[in-house]
Design a protein around this ligand. Structure first.
Ligand SMILES: [Zn+2]
Length: 422
């Protein structure tokens, strides 16, 4: 760290400029009047050019890797120094918002620019990373950008989009060498990865907090649950003689809701239900539904699932309805790095803030990066909890607060007395 005093940036002014520039970048879209940037589209290429031009204004070197991920760097005087990465994704969902992903990349870029301007010399190389793909819109598989950055994008080249175009062809059309998708791998020792992201949920707003430190990204179980009773005439079959599959499903769904309400952090969702034969005058003979069960604690989630399976058996036996629960997918939770989280809290305290810790119910690039290095996330309050929507917003004061926390975090990082890891 340099001994010279470091000028404190004007975060309010930086925020005003940054949000103006995000507005302008979001005019680059595949569908006029909406915001849409999908993986390896011509619009994505234009965005990379604009970001590189911005980096060059800030005196930073920028480049695009062999997977189409965008990078900018603030070098370190010591060529052996480890790298710290700030990153998020550059793609959007169709008719998406301005801040999901792009905000995290832009915050990293302006922070690198401010560090350079202030002649701050952190004992690490700072890299800003814009992942080319995270949402899974074009090829149905998310996290292609971060997976390729870790060399874990095998078997993705032959995926095809709705037009029958493969990843391989799309890379060629984009001007990338498709034989080098896996060569985008990050090199050298890494101190860690930090992702700024809007919360995309209502927790921070309800708590009256501008920022939150992400403790973990939830894991989930997804199930298909079937109820098999007996279809019969709706007029002639007395209530006590029925084997109504849908009523059994309804009782079990309410049991799942009760269990989730009674278990802090547990969320249970039945997002789809089908009823057979599906006529208004026929008692349902069969019902099939989906259950999405999420919690940050894999063991607790598994034990709550066992309780739901026991309730399923008991409801089925009492109602003389056959029941079956099939687990389709299990995704483990990803805890984020305790040392980086402590660093974010220390930096927030320096800014007079006390952000709560919260769990991310959605997946993010940070959970992929956590496979290879310490990873952390800082959430920004999302007005109305609204995201993946054109009205997605963020308050300037919250962006300025995030910049201030990150600024102190980056200056502290690597200093042993403040939780750094160098
Ligand atoms: Zn996102």
């Amino acid at each position: 760290m340099t001994a010279a005093p470091i000028t404190h940036p004007d975060f309010a002014a930086i925020t005003r400029n940054l949000t103006r520039r995000i507005d302008a970048l979001c005019l680059l879209t595949e569908v006029p009047g909406t915001i849409q940037r999908t993986f390896l589209s011509s619009v994505a290429a234009e965005l990379l050019r604009e970001l590189s031009a911005w980096a060059s204004e800030l005196g930073l070197h920028a480049w695009v890797d062999t997977a189409g991920n965008w990078h900018a760097e603030l070098p370190c005087a010591d060529p052996q120094a480890p790298t710290f990465i700030i990153g998020s994704h550059l793609d959007t969902v169709p008719d998406g918002g301005k801040y999901d992903g792009l905000l995290g990349v832009v915050l990293g870029l302006v922070l690198a620019g401010e560090l350079k301007k202030a002649c701050a010399a952190p004992p690490y190389r700072l890299e800003v990373l814009g992942f080319t793909e995270e949402e899974g819109v074009r090829f149905g598989v998310p996290f292609i950008g971060s997976l390729s950055a870790l060399g874990q994008a095998e078997e993705l080249l032959d995926l095809t989009d709705s037009q029958g175009v493969s990843v391989r062809q799309a890379m060629q059309n984009f001007g990338l060498d498709d034989s080098r998708l896996l060569k985008a791998t990050l090199e050298g020792p890494h101190l860690g990865f930090l992702e700024f992201h809007i919360e995309q949920g209502p927790v921070l707003e309800a708590a009256g907090q501008s920022l939150g430190v992400v403790e973990a990204l939830v894991g989930h179980h997804r199930l298909k649950v079937s109820f098999t009773g007996r279809a019969n005439h709706a007029g002639t079959t007395p209530m006590h003689l029925r084997q109504d599959a849908l009523m059994a499903a309804a009782e079990w769904m309410l049991a799942a809701e009760r269990l989730a309400l009674d278990t802090p952090g547990l969320v249970a969702t039945v997002g789809r239900i089908q009823v057979f034969p599906g006529a208004s005058n026929v008692i349902p003979g069969r019902a099939e539904l989906s259950l999405d069960l999420r919690h940050q604690d894999d063991g607790l989630r598994a034990s709550k699932l066992a309780e739901l399976e026991a309730a399923l058996q008991s409801i089925g036996a009492r109602r003389r309805v056959g029941v079956k629960a099939e687990v389709l997918t299990v995704i483990p939770a990803v805890p984020l790095d305790t040392s980086l989280r402590a660093g974010l809290h220390a930096a927030a305290a320096q800014a007079g803030l006390n952000p709560p810790e919260l769990v991310s119910g959605a997946g993010h690039d940070a959970m992929i990066m956590a496979r290879a290095m310490p990873a952390a996330m800082l959430f920004l309050r999302t007005p109305g909890g609204l995201s993946h929507h054109p009205d997605e917003a963020v308050a300037d004061t919250d962006v300025a607060a995030a910049l201030q926390v990150a600024w102190s975090f980056l200056l502290n990082l690597g200093l042993p007395d403040l939780g750094g890891q160098a």
